[in-house]
Design a protein around this ligand. Structure first.
Ligand code: C2E
Ligand code: MG
Ligand code: MG
Ligand code: MG
Length: 291
């Protein structure tokens, strides 16, 4: 494993390194450069109320490309950022950038549309999480009700006691907290029983072969029924086919997200496609913007 660069060493990413530098070190240095030169971008994926297909919010997804324009997926840079500690600075940047974007959009037309942020495992195990997020929001003048926080079972498992305290503190501070990737961890049911979530996001795995496999359909149906009986809101992730949407609509799943409804897009495309009320846009089946 590569030696850490340390916080202030300005060794910048160089594509010419090729194979001579470990992927971990290359990513760490790319993150360092991205923070210095603000190379990160936010993308927004729409969420819709399935009953009437009204826009219900968006999930904020972080984007990063190397200097030659090659996209680096969050699944490869988030774990590195977590292991180096760069995640703290990155998350703070994401939240501030989101607040600025919400202010800009509210300026054009005030709304209460919520935006969902993903919290990393590291953040969820830090003691002052709720105060830190709340402080940024009050500095930026954004109500906590506008920001929903998504946490995964894996992130909770890292330090369950601290995660529990944080989730309670976040709820008290006015944030909604969602259990992301529901069903993929080891203790999903225990977590919904014990922790004060606002809702759950059914993982793509259970939506993927909803219509083909009976067992998956039964599980998805049961999760939706459970959520509704426990008064949790429920989002189905990864809807790619019209048949999946129809299945979910018939079972009264509240909210949907997925490529069939809308891919993650940059802020200006999100505004044009989903926020501009004056000219209703057809739902894009194939979005031109790569994600
Ligand atoms: P996630 O929170 O489960 O985010 C949803 C992921 O599923 C996104 O991938 C999104 O592009 C993808 N997705 C949405 N609809 C569909 C669909 O219909 N089909 C398929 N195949 N995929 C779909 P992305 O953007 O690559 O993000 C991956 C993960 O990276 C996220 O999973 C989240 O855990 C993490 N992540 C992204 N942005 C951030 C961030 O700002 N902070 C932190 N801590 N983690 C982030
Ligand atoms: Mg998420
Ligand atoms: Mg998810
Ligand atoms: Mg997922």
């Amino acid at each position: 494993r590569a030696k850490s660069l340390g916080r202030n060493r300005a060794i910048l990413y160089d594509p010419a390194w090729g194979e001579s530098v470990s992927p971990h070190l290359r990513t760490e240095s790319l993150l360092h450069e991205a923070l210095q030169r603000s190379l990160f971008r936010l993308h927004f994926q729409p969420l819709f109320r399935i009953a009437d297909m009204q826009l219900a919010g968006a999930e904020v997804l972080l984007r990063l490309s190397t200097s030659d324009g090659t996209p680096v997926p969050p699944s490869s840079f988030i774990p590195v950022a977590e292991s180096t500690g760069q995640i703290a600075e990155i998350s703070a940047w994401v939240l501030r950038r989101l607040c600025q974007q919400i202010r800009a959009w509210d300026h054009q037309g005030p709304s209460s549309l919520p935006f969902a942020l993903n919290l990393s495992a590291i953040e969820l195990s830090q003691e002052d999480l709720a105060q830190r997020l709340h402080k940024i929001l009050s500095q930026e003048g954004i109500a906590p009700s506008r920001v929903h926080l998504e946490v995964t079972e894996t992130a909770i498992a890292r330090n369950e006691a601290q995660a529990r305290d944080n989730i309670s503190a976040l709820r008290t501070a006015g944030f909604e907290v969602w259990l992301d990737d529901f069903g993929t961890g080891y203790s999903s049911l225990k977590l919904v029983k014990d922790l004060p979530f606002s809702g759950i996001k059914i993982d793509r795995e259970f939506v993927m072969d909803l219509t083909a496999q009976t067992s998956t359909a039964v599980i998805a149906e049961s999760i939706i029924a459970m959520a509704s009986n426990l008064d949790f809101q429920v989002v189905a992730e990864g809807i790619e086919e019209p048949e999946q949407l129809e299945f979910l609509r018939a079972r009264h799943c509240e909210i949907g997200q997925g490529f069939h409804l809308g891919r993650p897009v940059c802020a200006s495309d999100f505004e044009r496609l989903y926020l501009s009320k004056t000219q209703p846009q057809p739902r894009p089946e194939q979005d031109p913007t790569p994600t």
